[in-house]
Design a protein around this ligand. Structure first.
Ligand SMILES: C[S@@+](CC[C@H](N)C(=O)[O-])C[C@H]1O[C@@H](n2cnc3c(N)ncnc32)[C@H](O)[C@@H]1O
Length: 267
C-alpha cells in the first residue's frame, strides 16, 4: 500500500503563485481540475494503478510521454521514479516544470519535443514508458511511427503502461462525451473539423510491436480489476467487462471506455 504521506503536496506559496501566473498567461484557469487539480486527480487514480503494477518504481527510469501539465510525471517522481517527461507543446512543458517545482520536485527532466516520431534518447534508455491519456491525441497517421519510437527507447524487459486512453469501441467518446462519434469514419467530420475520437484497442495492444505480453488478464486479481476496485468502480460494471473479456479471450482494460493495458517487452 502506498503511504498517504507520499501524496505530492505544494511546498512553496511563491512557486505556487508562479505556476498559477503562468497558467493564467496561457489563458488557463489554475483552479481547473485538469490544470491545478490534475495531480490530486492522479493521486486518486494513477496511484492505484501504480500500486497494482508488478514493477518497483524506486530508481526506475520512467518516460512520461505527453506530459501535459506534468500530473503523472509528478506522481511518478513523488513515488521514487527517475522521470523524464516530454510533450509537443513548449508552453505546457514550461507549465509542467513550474508545477513540479511547486511540489518540490526539481529533478524531473522536462523536455519539449516538437515531433515525437523522433525522440532524443538512446535505444533502451527507459525501463518504463507511461502513456496516460495521450495516444488518442496523436494524429492517426503519425501513431504507428510514434509507437515504434517508444518501442525503440524502451529497454528489453521494460514496461509500457497505457491508461486513460479513449477507446474507439466505446459508444460514448470519453473526452468529448459525444455519443456514437467513435463509430463515424473521420471523413464525416463536420466542415473538416477534427472531432475527438478514441483509438482502437488493437493499436494500444499491438502498435508497439508483437514482442510484448499484456500483463493484465480478466481474473479478479488482474491489474485492471485490482486498480479499478481501488478506484471505486461499481462491481457490476467491472464484472461485465471481465465477463466480456473472458468470452473474447482478451483483458478487460482493452474493452473499457478508457483503454488500459500493461505491456512487457520480451527480452
Ligand atoms: C490529456 S494530456 C496528457 C496527460 C498526461 N499524460 C498526464 O497523465 O499527466 C494530452 C497531451 O498529449 C500531448 N500530445 C498530443 N500529441 C502528441 C504527440 N504526438 N506526442 C506527444 N504528446 C502529444 C498534448 O500536447 C497534451 O499535453
Amino acid at each position: 500500500m502506498i503511504d498517504a504521506c507520499k501524496a505530492p503536496a505544494v511546498v512553496s506559496s511563491t512557486l505556487h503563485d508562479a505556476f498559477e501566473h503562468k497558467a493564467r498567461r496561457m489563458g488557463l484557469d489554475p483552479a481547473n481540475r485538469w490544470i491545478g487539480g490534475y495531480v490530486d486527480y492522479e493521486w486518486q487514480h494513477l496511484r492505484h494503478i501504480i500500486e497494482a503494477l508488478p514493477v518497483r518504481l524506486d530508481g526506475t527510469h520512467v518516460l512520461e510521454f505527453g506530459c501535459n501539465v506534468g500530473a503523472s510525471a509528478i506522481l511518478f517522481a513523488a513515488l521514487g521514479a527517475r522521470v523524464t517527461a516530454i510533450d509537443i507543446g513548449a508552453d505546457v512543458v514550461e507549465l509542467a516544470r513550474l508545477n513540479a517545482h511547486r511540489y518540490g520536485l526539481d529533478a524531473i527532466d522536462f523536455r519539449h519535443v516538437g515531433d515525437t516520431r523522433r525522440l532524443p534518447f538512446d535505444d533502451g534508455a527507459f525501463q518504463m514508458v507511461s502513456c496516460n491519456s495521450v495516444l488518442e491525441y496523436v494524429p492517426p497517421a503519425m501513431l504507428p511511427a510514434v509507437q515504434r519510437e517508444i518501442d525503440r527507447v524502451l529497454a528489453p524487459g521494460g514496461t509500457i503502461l497505457v491508461t486513460g486512453t479513449s477507446n474507439r469501441l466505446s459508444p460514448r467518446e470519453v473526452h468529448s462525451r459525444r455519443w456514437l462519434v467513435n463509430y463515424l469514419p473521420r471523413r464525416f467530420d463536420p466542415a473538416g473539423k477534427h472531432v475527438q475520437r478514441g483509438i482502437w484497442p488493437a493499436a494500444a495492444r499491438f502498435g508497439f510491436g508483437r514482442h510484448y505480453d499484456n500483463l493484465d488478464h480478466a481474473g479478479d486479481d488482474g491489474l485492471f480489476a485490482r486498480s479499478r476496485r481501488a478506484m471505486g468502480m461499481p462491481r457490476a460494471r467491472l464484472a461485465l467487462l471481465q465477463g466480456a473479456a473472458k468470452v473474447l479471450g482478451t483483458s478487460p482494460g482493452l474493452l473499457s471506455p478508457n483503454i488500459f493495458c500493461v505491456l512487457r517487452k520480451r527480452d
